[in-house]
Ligand binder design. Sequence first.
Ligand code: SF4
Length: 359
Amino acid sequence: MDQGVAMARRISRQVRIGDVFIGGTFPIPIQSMTKTDTRDLKATVREIIRLKEAGCQIVRVAVPDMEVARLLGKIKREVDIPLVADIHFDHLLALEAIRQGVDKLRINPGNIRKKSQIEEIVKSAKARGIPIRIGVNAGSLNRRKYPHPTPEALVDSALNCIEIFERLGFSEIVISLKASSISTTISAYRLMAEKVDYPFHIGITETGPPGRGSIKSAIGIGILLAEGIGDTIRVSLTGDPVEEIKVGYEILKALDLQAGIDLISCPTCGRCEIDLIKVVTQLEEKLTTHYSSLATRLLKVAVMGCVVNGPGEAREADIGLAAGKGVGLIFKRGKILKKVKEKEMLKCLLEEIEKELKG
Ligand code: SF4
């Protein structure tokens, strides 16, 4: 995939999570986390399947107790996506998750502090070939050691843990350094990028509901990716996790880092002489479901309201519509294909998109 606006990508090691690779020059997978009570096997599996259908490539589940840890094998057998166990506080949960065959662990060095317990986890993961994400979070730093969640504190917390891993000859490491502050998060990843070559899981944590959370995530994740930093992303929203996947794809597509359909549409104004908002809303609904999954490259679709910018944008896109009074010109790779009436616009655009994707 074209690097688009992104600077040269930071060179990181490759790590395999189930059948998905991250790091190196591999595409950047989008991940999410279930929000069900993991004890509810049916609901959790249902949510994982929904996430996978939405394009999620790695999924994480919370493991709050031993009952859940013992369920992980069952969950894994029911789904077809790399499964990550999210472990806090109790290293025994990590050991059980490994026994259950999860594809990766996430541990939090802020709340599993005993060196001997971390060593036990690392030895067990090493024996089973399971990678571990060292997931540092500003909200759960060891406050006696780090009174304030500065970028340096996040990095230092991860480095201490990395040192234990490396001493045991373990290098299947992924790192995350998340804070709800965009500037803290960005500074922490920049700092860490100068120190190690392990792949980074990036995201802004606790961003809030989908509206504001998508904006914060796009800014934070977008800046890092544009600097070439980041090997897998997770958008954290207070809402349906499927929204996290949709936003993740939009971020990657906006940076030309992901196959899919990039919809370019004008905001409309007093010059527009069709109901462009309706056409675009209906098109967007179709594109986020069936059509996007067919894309093997980034397809640009422009829908424009009048002759001011319409023909220019429509010509530059793979497929374009430049509207006039109740009619529109459909463009395909810069050439006018046909003239359509307003009520036929949506159908015609979808037909051309499908032809292009299948062709
Ligand atoms: S393309 Fe035309 S209708 Fe759309 S915002 Fe620009 S001037 Fe207005």
